[in-house]
Design a protein around this ligand. Structure first.
Ligand SMILES: *Cc1c(COP(=O)(O)O)cnc(C)c1O
Length: 397
């Protein structure tokens, strides 16, 4: 039994491995799979997730920021790691030193990377992103040829990838998606006709990985799907995915309140009958969305218990009236399964007015991660390294 802080996230590493393997099997053309592990692997823990994804057949990792790549390198991961986001030129030396693969969209960064690569006696593979309609990061299709020509002329840089990102790949209506893919293919063709070759052409996020084989090309880039969640309910669900994160806590106290009692800040909930309330030590600073106030539910003894009043920073109160025998230290599930019941990230997202991505990614550093493999705890990450001498997370003191 876990003997750390009484709110924690269990991460099923086998689910991540199996989700990656299932996605990989579904690729018709033998494309590679780049597991997207940005934002601490959508809250699942970047290092352990990366290892599980590689065990499932991923051959590359993708991150948003240089430091996220550095974290993985420090943990000993040595596969190609692509940085998807904007890199200012002053991060070039870090990129080269850690052998990360940058996405290059400015001449300043290209020159800084070239200088750093020369100093270190190496050549850096680079990817170019084309903005085909997301209106975010990337070169416009009309700018691509001049920029690639410039890149190709700079020593110590090696053109490797050309990529784009979709705005609507998870929607049933594929009209705009098709337009983006067509723009990408046209841009690619124009560059190839000018003599530039890219060994890694990639476009597909989870939505396109599940729905659109024509976008798989040399490599797919799923994020949310490797965590066992679908990017929307409009995409195909033929690839069976298993959610990897369960958020758990324990009852801190059970108390019976008379009618008229009020719960939480602002007294937004006043009991109109006697209520048995359980205090749960997790709040909005632990990823329990404040918008779940007076409407979210948790599982206790296999039954649903509604949140009473506002979600505080560090705790919530739940209604366990009618759930027999609830006691201090009973397990509480805030996200995931308990017995026959399940609270999905999609359910929480719908109540909180957001998306499942935001629900799992929002579980912060303060919440310990407990990693499971074949039902056993294989690793633990907490904001402090360990307990007192002789202490073990599983055995207690
Ligand atoms: C986050 C991200 C992905 C993964 O998206 P999902 O919808 O989670 O699969 C892929 N590519 C890029 C560029 C991203 O930023």
């Amino acid at each position: 039994m876990w003997h750390g802080r009484p709110i924690w996230a269990e991460i099923d590493l086998d689910a991540i491995r199996d989700n990656v393997a299932a996605l990989k099997r579904s690729l018709s053309n033998g494309a590679e799979l780049m597991a997207i592990v940005k934002a601490n692997a959508y809250g699942h823990g970047a290092i352990q997730t990366a290892r599980a994804a590689l065990a499932g057949g991923a051959t590359r990792l993708g991150v948003a920021a240089v430091d996220e790549g550095v974290e993985l390198r420090r943990a000993g991961l040595n596969c190609p790691i692509l940085v998807l986001g904007y890199i200012p030129p002053w991060e070039a030396d870090k990129v080269v030193f850690h052998a990360l693969t940058p996405t290059v969209n400015t001449k300043q960064l290209a020159l800084a990377l070239a200088a750093a690569s020369r100093r270190r006696g190496t050549t850096t593979p680079v990817h170019v992103k084309v903005d085909t309609g997301l209106g975010r990061f990337g070169l416009l299709p009309g700018e691509a040829l001049d920029f690639v020509r410039c890149l190709a002329s700079i020593p110590h840089l090696q053109l490797e990838g050309l990529w784009t990102h979709f705005a609507t790949a998870d929607e049933a209506d594929k009209a705009f998606f098709n337009q983006q893919l067509e723009t990408y293919m046209l841009t690619l063709r124009r560059l190839e006709e000018a003599g530039y070759r890219f060994s890694l052409r990639h476009t597909a996020n989870s939505g396109a990985t599940l729905d659109s084989p024509e976008a798989h090309l040399d490599c797919v880039r799923p994020g949310i799907a490797i965590y066992g969640l679908y990017p929307s309910n409009e995409v195909r669900h033929d690839v069976k995915l298993r959610p990897a994160m369960t958020l758990k806590s324990r009852v801190a106290r059970v108390r019976r309140f008379p009618a008229g009692a009020a719960f939480g800040y602002g007294r937004s909930c006043i009991a109109d009958h006697p209520v048995t309330a359980a205090l749960v030590p997790g709040g909005y600073a632990d990823g329990v969305r404040r918008s779940l106030s007076n409407q979210g539910e948790v599982l206790v003894r296999g039954r649903r218990a509604r949140i009473l009043g506002r979600v505080s920073m560090d705790q919530i109160i739940v209604d366990v009236t009618g759930i027999p025998d609830v006691a201090q230290d009973d397990e509480v599930v805030l996200l995931g399964r308990q017995g026959e019941e399940e609270i999905t990230a999609d359910e929480v997202a719908a109540k909180a007015g957001t998306i499942n991505y935001d629900v799992v990614t929002g579980v912060p550093h303060r919440v310990p991660r407990v990693y499971l493999h074949e039902g056993e705890v294989v690793d633990v990450e907490t904001m402090v390294d360990d307990g007192p001498p002789g202490f073990h997370w599983l055995a207690g003191v």
